[in-house]
Ligand binder design. Structure first.
Ligand SMILES: [Zn+2]
Ligand SMILES: [Zn+2]
Length: 451
């Protein structure tokens, strides 16, 4: 069995991996790079011969794991695509949204190769999608390989993927979380019999502070919201449309039920609403906390806005959970922040990852009164409001991920989905803890034999 990383660099980019056993090939994930544009955003899909993949597999519906699916399917027209049902239904909404975003970027930025695919093509590739349940082994197309999905606890539908071949098991963690979030339950992963583990390393460069608890973090967020309410301001929580939005909505409900925050209108918009509708549709069908709870119907005090994104207007004493989480240009949170940050009564609460080049990162690290550029076409904005950060990550801490590796004791571990220092931390720690385990960081594009 050979493995190749089709992600172009060692980073959180366009995730895509190839497994090759003799003449059988499977491709795992087909992402799009969150920061690159045009062809640079694609994984190295031309590295796999045309029409030679037997099957495609998807771990979850985030853009960096499914964004280029239609392009990869076009190159392997007969290959079935396996995923959980929630990943497929939400993935479809994400990909249709991506067509709109790319079409706009073609007009505004002159990226001629966009859109990579059309709404029509997305409808045409769907008959090849095959929905599979969690914890049930199934055969992969016409190959000698079997597969099992395991709940990854990251977002709705997210799965770790076991590939069984010739008595051996390759296990891909995908993006994983080993703790309960508000909605997602902790991952339920295999504890033994893994020969090779392909592992995400997102948080490898970040040690969680002593004494951290998710409950304590929620209470700190509640205190910020109370203070802001008392000052007559509003709170902006930049969130990703898929996953973090729904976690935050339910968290606000929880905090209100506990009397930790006052009654305040809650706004969201655009793609987030579409994804939230799907979260609600699957609320009883997937393994999760608050089973059967409908975010859009059961949050009685806090009202989610179904209005379109640019129509969201500022009011005092409201909570705005707007995407994107990094305040990227041309997103609802970016546009909204331009008129929000200069008011000292307001607060911004960051609840997830912000890339160093993103506007969100600049706001997060701005000194009081400093001016930041949110959009290159517009004048900079003065940050007079309160800005605080909270750790509600949907990724495993490095400590819990390391504990998991120690428990499973795989023969080989392949490190991906993390920056260089993050991967180095895991490499060092696994070498110390498990001297019998080979730690691999294969160069992108290069084949390595794994068994
Ligand atoms: Zn993810
Ligand atoms: Zn990811």
């Amino acid at each position: 069995m050979r493995f190749r990383n089709l992600t172009r660099r060692r980073e959180i980019g366009a995730n895509c991996y190839l497994l090759e056993a003799g003449d059988e090939r499977i491709i795992i994930d087909s992402g799009m790079h969150p920061k690159q544009a045009g062809n640079d955003a694609l994984p190295d899909i031309n590295g796999v011969p045309f029409d030679k993949a037997n099957a495609l597999l998807l771990s979850h519906a985030h853009h960096d794991h499914i964004g280029s699916l239609a392009v990869t399917q076009r190159r392997h027209p007969g290959a079935p695509v396996y995923m959980t049902e929630a990943t497929g239904e939400i993935g479809s909404a994400m990909l249709h949204n991506s067509v709109n975003v790319m079409t706009k970027q073609r007009e505004e930025l002159g990226i001629n190769e966009y859109p990579f695919f059309t709404h029509r093509e997305l409808d045409q590739i769907r008959p090849l999608w095959s929905y599979q349940p969690i914890n049930k082994r199934f055969g992969l197309a016409d190959t000698a390989m079997d597969c099992t999905f395991h709940d990854a606890g990251h977002i709705i539908g997210s799965a770790g993927i076991s590939i069984h071949e010739n008595g051996k098991t390759f296990f891909y963690t995908g993006d994983v979380c080993f703790e309960n979030q508000t909605i997602s339950m902790a991952a339920d992963f295999p504890k033994s019999h893994v020969d090779v583990m392909l592992m995400e390393t997102t948080r490898g460069d970040f040690a969680r502070p002593e004494g951290y608890t998710r409950k304590g973090e929620k209470e700190k967020l509640a205190a910020l919201i109370r203070d802001t309410w008392a000052a007559g301001g509003s709170v902006l929580i930049p969130v990703f449309a898929l996953g973090k939005t729904q976690e935050v909505l339910l968290m606000m409900h929880e905090l209100h039920q506990l009397d930790l925050i006052p009654e305040m209108p809650l706004f969201m918009g655009g793609l987030s609403t579409k994804i939230t509708v799907l979260y609600d549709q699957y609320s009883s069908k997937v393994r999760r906390n608050y089973a059967g709870f409908s975010l859009l119907d059961d949050i009685d005090i806090l009202v989610a806005s179904r209005r379109k994104k640019r129509e969201i207007t500022y009011q005092t004493r409201c909570i705005y959970a707007l995407s994107s989480g990094m305040m990227s240009e041309n997103t609802t949170s970016n546009v909204f922040a331009a008129k929000f940050l200069d008011n000292p009564r307001n607060s911004v609460a960051f609840v997830g990852y912000t890339d160093i080049d993103s506007p969100g990162y600049k706001v997060r690290h701005a000194k009081p009164g400093e001016k930041v550029t949110l959009d290159k076409r517009l004048p900079p904005v003065q940050v007079n409001c309160r800005v605080e950060s909270f750790d509600f990550s949907a990724h495993a801490t490095r400590e819990t991920l390391l504990d998991y590796v120690k428990e499973v004791k795989p023969g080989k571990v392949i490190l991906v989905h993390g920056d260089e220092p993050a991967q180095k931390w895991f490499e060092r720690e696994i070498n110390v803890a498990l001297p019998g385990t080979e730690v691999m960081r294969p160069e992108p594009g290069k084949d390595v034999d794994i068994w």
